[in-house]
Design a protein. Structure first.
Lengths: 304, 436
């Protein structure tokens, strides 16, 4: 299937500051795509290029195989990190206004607003001024405004900031539901646990360069270090050139340890080695979390 | 274009529905009326009567100074030292000392007072003393006061604008008044509604809605919609004011039966009057009245609308750019100054130089420069401006606002997404040449 979005060699400069340098990647249709990177890496610059707020200096962006055009705005929903609403406007009117700016008819918009307001428990608030709403509710309104025109591509910049855990879950479920309906979601966040939970693919940008990309599983396996966490009872004493003990602790008769395998050695060999000597209660591969990978990549870059 | 229209609608409706808009629309004409009436009313209120002690050693003025509502004269005995000492004990306003005078060269008249004397009191006293001394001189040189009174002739020149179409009474006071009114309105509207544009942009910036907006609307569309929407609010208010004011003045007209003073009925009206003074006053009112009627209102209102809109667009775009460049209204001062200076300057110059000489070189050049022409031209309009000057000025104003809108759009585009950064002029000038 054709990727919904292709970023091809995109560069952007602001005076002395290079925001993006030859960034290329593709966003597969119907996926949740994590756009990761530390502050100031160039994520927002890239998003602003995709949403046509700015234009790239070099390279191009293809939406469903075609260079970006103004009409594509109607197929993209963008929830920026810096987001707000007109405070003195009624919630309902504001949603209609934002929907119409994205090409929806008034009647159509009103109908959809009703449905969404019911879904997110906002129905009684449609006639209130925005400034009377709590911050969490305002965030819900912003979310509705972003998805109201049923965009094919949804760009969410830190969508969970400002939500309490309950509402964050509601929004997360809505995002997943939209994905299931065929919507592609680009997801920019610092909260790595939500990346791990939700994303199918990730790309990481650091200091204006793309430093990593792939499916979450792929990236994780790339960062596997063949390390296993073992615990059990007995006195653990590993003396084999095949295994390297990284950490080990002994409390009375109980032990915990992290053991790294040499490249040609499989986990079963370690298990066999252990069962001959101690009683194993737990054995688990230590897979790096996206969080670890993120920090590792960013700090490596900083030192290298 | 659709999107500009949508933004326009929002900006217009949000503002027109505000309570403050409705209140201002009703209060505006009343406040205007107050501004005009209160100073007159205050001026007619007389102050307390002030007592002036008079020590007249010359003998020319004995009993001659007439007390008025403001001044009351009492004679005090000399010599001057005792009079001064006595005056210090009293609570009277002043002590007027007139020494022995040489009529040809009256010198040494002094006014002692405990507080500073007002200019009007000094003028009043000078006038009275002069009159009395002149009278003495007339008598001395054998001229009869009554003869002199007969010779004095009151003159009032009726100004008439002569053109191919015929004669029209004009009245410098009325023309100046109408011109001044137009200039003042343009000035006021640019300030009030220009500042509204700026505040609107700052509000959008601080509420962080702009990034949401510009992902579906081009910054230029957003700016254009806002500027036009607010212009429509201004025009709506202005029209409502006109309607309300004409309702009020219709009330006034019927109350005072001003028809009596119109061209057709003035002779009948004066016939019914007995005293000469009434006739003269009626004639004066008639002149004012017909001068007001003889102004070319379609041209005046048409050019008012043009200069109002043109000036507003010119300045409004700049106000919008300032709003985009700053984070809060407090930061806006440094950028506001260069915008407001030409506007204020044109208004000050309008009041002084241009009222004196509405067709002079200063008036000409200031009505050509787009930054000053809206105010200055409005002032010149009622005096009659050559067509080519008017057209040239309008053309330059259009060039002017296209220019400022171009500059503003570029600053706006960059500024609205720039947060927490103190901007200076160098930075702004760079924004003008950013790509994409």
């Amino acid at each position: 299937m054709q990727p919904i979005l292709q970023i091809q060699g995109v560069s952007k400069r602001y005076e002395a500051h290079q925001a993006l340098n030859q960034v290329s990647f593709e966003v597969p249709q119907g996926s949740i795509f994590g756009l990761l990177g530390p502050n100031g890496a160039g994520k927002t610059s890239l998003i602003r290029i995709i949403t046509q707020i700015t234009a790239p200096d070099e390279g191009q962006v293809l939406f469903e195989g075609q260079p970006l055009q103004p009409r594509h705005v109607q197929q993209i929903g963008y929830l920026p990190e810096e987001r707000g609403l007109y405070k003195k406007m009624k919630v309902g009117e504001q949603l209609v206004y934002l929907a119409r700016l994205r090409g929806l008819e008034k009647a159509d918009a009103t109908q959809r607003i009703k449905t969404w307001a019911e879904r997110l428990d906002l129905k009684t608030w449609l006639n209130k001024n925005v400034e009377d709403l709590s911050k969490g509710m305002q965030q819900k309104v912003q979310f509705i405004a972003t998805v109201l025109h049923e965009p094919k591509l949804l760009i969410l910049d830190e969508p969970f900031s400002g939500f309490d855990p309950v509402n964050a879950n509601i929004i997360r479920d809505e995002i997943l539901k939209l994905r299931d309906q065929g919507c592609t979601v680009i997801f920019s966040t610092h909260r790595m646990e939500s990346v791990e939970q939700m994303c199918d693919y990730i790309v990481m940008i650091n200091r204006s360069h793309k430093v990593m990309e792939g499916s979450v599983r792929e990236v994780k396996s790339r960062y596997r270090s063949h390390t296993y966490h073992v615990e059990g009872t007995g006195k653990l004493l590993i003396m084999s050139p095949d295994f390297k003990v990284l950490t080990q602790s002994q409390h009375g008769n109980e032990f915990k340890a992290e053991v790294q395998l040499e490249p040609q050695v499989g986990p079963n060999q370690l298990l066999r080695y252990l069962t001959e000597r101690v009683e194993v209660h737990g054995f688990q591969e230590k897979v790096p979390s996206i969080h670890d990978i993120f920090i590792q990549t960013v700090t490596q870059e900083a030192h290298g | 274009m659709d999107k500009i229209w949508l933004v326009f609608q929002r900006e217009y409706l949000v503002r027109v529905r505000k309570k403050s808009f409705i209140v201002m629309t009703i209060l505006g004409p009343l406040l205007m009326a107050l501004v005009m009436i209160v100073p007159i009313w205050l001026a007619t209120m007389s102050d307390d009567t002030k007592v002036v002690q008079v020590l007249d050693e010359s003998g020319y003025l004995k009993g001659k100074l007439t007390s008025t509502e403001e001044l009351k004269f009492i004679n005090v005995p000399g010599p001057v030292e005792t009079a001064k000492a006595a005056y210090l004990q009293s609570e009277d306003a002043a002590l007027l000392y007139i020494p022995q005078l040489d009529l040809e060269k009256p010198q040494g008249i002094q006014l002692f007072s405990q507080k500073s004397t007002s200019l009007s009191m000094k003028g009043n006293l000078e006038k009275q003393v002069r009159q009395e001394l002149e009278e003495v001189k007339f008598v001395n040189s054998g001229i009869d006061q009554q003869v002199l009174d007969k010779i004095k002739t009151p003159i009032s020149i009726r100004t008439v604008n002569l053109s191919a179409e015929g004669e029209k009474s004009s009245d410098v006071a009325v023309t100046t008044g109408v011109g001044f009114m137009g200039a003042f309105l343009v000035y006021l509207f640019i300030f009030i509604y220009g500042a509204q544009i700026m505040r609107g942009v700052i509000e959008e910036k601080t509420s962080r809605i702009l990034e949401v907006m510009v992902s579906s609307v081009k910054p230029f569309q957003l700016m254009a919609g806002k500027i036009l929407g607010i212009a429509a609010v201004g025009l709506t208010q202005f029209l409502l004011w006109i309607v309300l004011t004409s309702a009020i003045s219709a009330g006034v007209t019927s109350r005072f039966d001003l028809k009596r003073f119109s061209d057709e009925q003035i002779s009948q009206t004066t016939q019914g009057m007995e005293s000469e003074r009434d006739v003269q006053q009626a004639q004066e009112i008639h002149e004012l009245f017909s001068a007001t009627q003889n102004l070319n209102y379609p041209l005046l209102i048409g050019s008012f609308l043009f200069y109002f809109l043109g000036g507003y667009l010119l300045y409004g775009a700049l106000f919008g750019a300032v709003g985009a460049a700053v984070d809060s209204e407090t930061d806006s001062q440094q950028f506001m100054l260069p915008i407001t200076v030409p506007l204020i300057l044109s208004f000050i110059v309008a009041q002084t130089i241009i009222i004196k000489n509405p067709n002079g070189p200063v008036a000409f050049w200031m009505s050509m420069i787009p930054f000053t022409s809206p105010v200055v031209m409005m002032l010149r309009m009622p005096f009659g401006v050559p067509t080519w000057e008017l057209l040239l000025s309008m053309f330059l104003l259009m060039l002017g606002f296209i220019g400022t809108i171009w500059v503003a759009a570029r600053i706006y585009r960059v500024g609205i997404l720039m947060y927490g950064k103190k901007v200076n002029y160098r930075e702004l000038s760079k924004w003008l040449f950013y790509k994409g």
